[in-house]
Design a protein around this ligand. Sequence first.
Ligand code: FAD
Length: 493
Amino acid sequence: MPEPDAGTIARKSEIVAALQAVVPGEGVIFDAEELAAYESDGLTAYRQPPLIVVLPETVEQVSAVLRYCNEQKVKVVPRGAGTSLSGGSLPLADGIILGLGKFNRILDIDYDNRCAVVQPGVTNLGITKAVEHRGFYYAPDPSSQIACSIGGNIAENSGGVHCLKYGLTTNNVLGIELVLMDGTVMRLGGKHLEAEGYDLLGLLTGSEGLLGVVTEVTVRLLRQPATARALLLGFESSEAAGDCVAAVIAAGIIPGGMEMMDRPAIHAAEDFVQAGYPRYVEALLIVELDGPEAEVDYLIFRCSEIAKAKGAVYERVSKNEEERAVFWAGRKAAFPAVGRISPDYYCMDGTIPRHRLPEVLRRMRELSEHYGLRVANVFHAGDGNLHPLILYDANVPGELERCEAFGAEILKLCVEVGGVLTGEHGVGVEKRDLMPSMFSEIDLKQQQRVKCAFDPDHLLNPGKVFPQLHRCAELGRMHIHRGQMPFPDIPRF
Ligand SMILES: Cc1cc2nc3c(=O)[nH]c(=O)nc-3n(C[C@H](O)[C@H](O)[C@H](O)COP(=O)(O)OP(=O)(O)OC[C@H]3O[C@@H](n4cnc5c(N)ncnc54)[C@H](O)[C@@H]3O)c2cc1C
């Protein structure tokens, strides 16, 4: 991370007083014990208590906090629920955490226009809960949906089981209000479907808290499908299951969800929630088909045919809603279930072209042997979005480092086969240093110029996403003259 600025740390009391003038009451946290609660996000391998936490309740307060921090050159890390798995909301020793937890109200549910306007701290599942009694839901469904905030979902462009058919966050957000680092409040999109000008909403979605702080969100609501049934398909190898996934999509079928678990994950999930998964298979697919009943029946028949041709040795179709929920319960509990079989695990996130699944799974097994670390695979197979969970023990010296090296190899493998470094968890701190394996220096500089247009002093979530900090003035024209580095005061890390 960037070297903390000792001057800012020395001014802590002054900054606390200024923030208290904006956010009264208990909205400013500065006591070391209380700050400890914010020292990491879902990527708990990295920890750093922040300088201060501020919990505003109004847009005016967010704007005033950012304006002050911009003027005083204080760094700011936005935070929703802190479930990021890439260290996106990891604090800085010389920065404040701007927590959006108090922005937890649903402002408007507009069934006529099939959308809802909510504050960014509302949980992902909270949106569906508010509209399900009328037969609607919000489609992107990260496994963390009970806890993660919609603001965090936008920052990470989060996905989930249903994104194969219904799109990621970016396809389901219609508008946002955001506050820029200088305190300016702006709106992008709204209840209408088309927006004028550049697609800034698209740019902001997935910008990992580096461009602005989201203070209001308008999301699309979908009608719940008439029927949904799940199909369990077991295979003797992960390669055969991967082949089946590619064949189903190639046949023009887009399931509502298509997930894969390998043997270690199947056993862990079965031990944990008794979903009725077959223990003898090497890989299990959960394929959900949804839509009108006749269509679902036909698609189940087609998927079953394809699976048989690819060597499926087990098949079971959910008979009712209860059984469908049980099929999914194992998948949804797979992460905590794996947590029971290993002291620690590291969840990777990369995406590959679907047809390369069998090859990537085979090479991952070879890497697992090379590094001497077990892997459990639970992932969004239909999207080619892999989530290898590398099992390790942080108390064994050197094991975390070995695990990180193994993880980096997996992500490079994803890029090598024509995929990308991340599917839905973001770059954050975790994949920052791997960005050059995906992007050229020209690409990275152009992306940083976008950052400069929003936040010229790099105060919003610095140290995340970009492998090297360039001051905006320096971008693209670095000349070393007689060994003299320009802007020698810039921390380069
Ligand atoms: C068990 C588990 C399962 C998970 N499963 C999935 C999954 O299936 N799919 C998936 O996509 N992710 C998954 N995640 C990752 C995580 O839940 C998502 O990335 C989620 O969107 C993060 O939301 P959050 O509110 O916790 O954000 P945080 O962790 O608080 O922050 C994440 C990023 O968003 C920024 N941010 C937060 N709020 C705002 C805001 N209002 N304005 C601007 N920037 C903001 C932060 O600066 C940070 O960069 C999982 C995590 C866990 C722990």
